[in-house]
Design a protein around this ligand. Structure first.
Ligand SMILES: [Zn+2]
Length: 161
């Protein structure tokens, strides 16, 4: 995917992130792209909906599945403004996405998920099949600024080793 196209899709994910922030949710957004077209989108709704699993990536994947009954067999890429947690990366694997493009990253001292990194889970889950690719995307700084610091409602945000 060309750099300009990646920029465009990350900007769309940021639109979802800002909408989430305005709702009072953690400002993270995601879009799912297939055939250079957005086929799913969403922002974090965990606080506003009271559903702790309503992370941006899951909301976007649910939208993708609603729009495309054969979503599971469509070659698709997710753009997310913050690196997916293990639940969300698991959902990307279940949906058989080809690639996840990540904006902001956890700081090295953020131990909320221990040694977890999306690249590691993708490798562990490959099991001889095609591996989900995790790529660094554009606008990382803007994605981080938009999200802001983790809130206590973040899963594991209070966990320290
Ligand atoms: Zn998540």
């Amino acid at each position: 995917m060309e750099p300009d196209t990646r920029l465009l899709f990350m900007e769309e994910a940021l639109i979802e992130a800002r909408a989430a922030g305005r709702r009072g949710d953690l400002a993270v957004g995601a879009v799912v792209v297939a055939g250079k077209r957005i086929v799913g989108r969403g922002g974090n709704e965990a606080t506003s909906s009271g559903d702790p699993t309503a992370h941006a990536e899951v909301v976007a994947l649910r939208d993708f599945a609603r729009r495309m009954p054969d979503a599971n067999s469509v070659a698709a890429t997710m753009f997310t403004t913050f690196e997916p947690c293990p639940m969300c990366l698991g959902a990307c694997l279940l949906m058989r996405l080809e690639t996840v493009v990540v904006g902001g990253r956890r700081r090295a001292d953020d131990r909320a998920w221990g040694d977890y990194r999306p690249e590691l889970l993708a490798v562990m889950s490959a099991a001889g099949g095609p591996r989900l690719q995790v790529r660094q995307g554009p606008l990382a700084d803007e994605c981080l600024i938009t999200r802001g610091p983790a809130r206590p409602a973040d899963p594991g945000a209070e966990v320290r080793r």
